[in-house]
Design a protein around this ligand. Structure first.
Ligand code: PBG
Length: 330
């Protein structure tokens, strides 16, 4: 702070904390419902609404329920959703991922017609579609980089064709943003935006997601492609590469364990930056909330606020609707 400022007792920091009006006047960080993206799990089979035990309040939804849920989220002030698909069948190529009648493609068409102004983002990755649960094509127990790029590009183009506004590659293969960008350019959807999961760490906090998407790897783990949590400079290199390959927005994931990365990315590149508060972060808060150890609205809001304060322009969070509603009551 500036050296010319007075000292106590001439300066009293508490003066500006005295009333809600004063505090609002000098607040540095704002959170609006439209800063929040709601991730949704769309399933091709089974009952309309399937609770996820490790994520209280989050369900896998059939398309019709997803359309309703997206409408309710819109009414709460949410303006964008991120879609994950759980297909009816899985195989080693993830064939359902780019099927024009696949679960996500159908959901995109239904959501687009019901909610024309809702921004539709799709997760582009094979792990929800492969029987082995890895994010790419596997050969001899290894996840192949270059062979996977073609599959991801086909998936992204099919999402664009079904109405996605933004495709979000989350696989962590090298060169995938460039490959997807080139495929979109060569398609009739060159204006589809790319949100790259750029600094995506091999995190223990994705556990509940793997229950939700039924995508736990059948062997090994994801450390040969996702980032090592011990590294930070490497995250900047990942972001630089994705931007050079044409990413419109970059993402850091997970969020609360990576606030330092969010800040470095924003300060270094100044580009649109997202952060993903992942399933395990949500589960952790909810576990304490259901025991009465934390107050739900306050805890969720403070977590989002911290992620915004670290430099994220927007936050993907399973608590989007709850936080949006609590913001509106403020
Ligand atoms: C797909 C993907 C994952 C998540 C987002 N996209 C799972 C993973 O990488 O294992 C995690 C999201 C969450 O935990 O909420 N690759």
């Amino acid at each position: 702070m500036s050296e010319s400022r007075a000292e106590f007792p001439r300066l009293r920091m508490r003066r500006l904390r005295r009333t809600p009006g004063l505090r609002d006047l000098v607040r540095e960080t704002r959170v609006e419902p439209s800063d929040l993206i709601l991730p949704m799990f769309i399933t091709a089979q089974g009952s309309q609404r399937q609770p996820i035990s490790s994520m209280p309040g989050v369900d896998r939804l059939r398309v019709d329920r997803a359309v309703e849920e997206a409408g309710a989220a819109w009414d709460d002030g949410i303006r964008a959703v991120l879609l994950f698909g759980i297909p009816a069948s899985k195989d080693d190529q993830g064939s359902q991922a780019d099927h024009s009648d696949g679960v996500i493609q159908g959901a995109l068409r239904a959501l687009r017609s019901a909610h024309p102004d809702l921004t539709l983002i799709t997760d582009v990755c094979l792990c929800e579609y492969t029987d082995h649960g890895h994010c790419g094509i596997v050969e001899d127990g290894r996840v192949l980089n270059d062979a996977t790029l073609e599959r991801l590009a086909a998936q992204a183009v099919s999402h664009a064709a079904a109405g996605a506004d933004i495709v979000a590659p989350s696989d962590m293969m090298d060169g995938r943003v460039g490959a997807i960008g080139m495929a979109l350019d060569n398609s009739v959807f060159p204006d589809t935006a790319m949100l790259a999961y750029s600094a995506k760490y091999a995190s223990a906090f994705y556990g509940p997601f793997r229950e939700a998407a039924d995508s736990a790897p059948a062997f090994g783990d994801r450390r040969s492609y996702q980032m090592d949590p011990r590294n930070s400079d490497e995250a900047l290199e990942e972001v630089r590469l994705d931007l050079a390959e044409g990413a419109d927005i970059v993402m850091v994931k997970p969020a609360l364990p990576c606030l330092d990365i969010v800040r470095r990315v924003k300060d270094t590149f100044g580009c649109p930056t997202a952060a993903y508060q992942v399933s395990g972060e949500y589960a952790m808060l909810e576990a304490a909330i259901t025991r009465g150890w934390l107050e739900a609205d306050a805890a969720h809001l403070e977590a989002i606020l911290a992620i915004r304060r670290a430099g994220a322009d927007f936050v993907l969070t399973y608590a989007a609707r709850r936080v949006a509603r609590s913001l509106r009551r403020e």
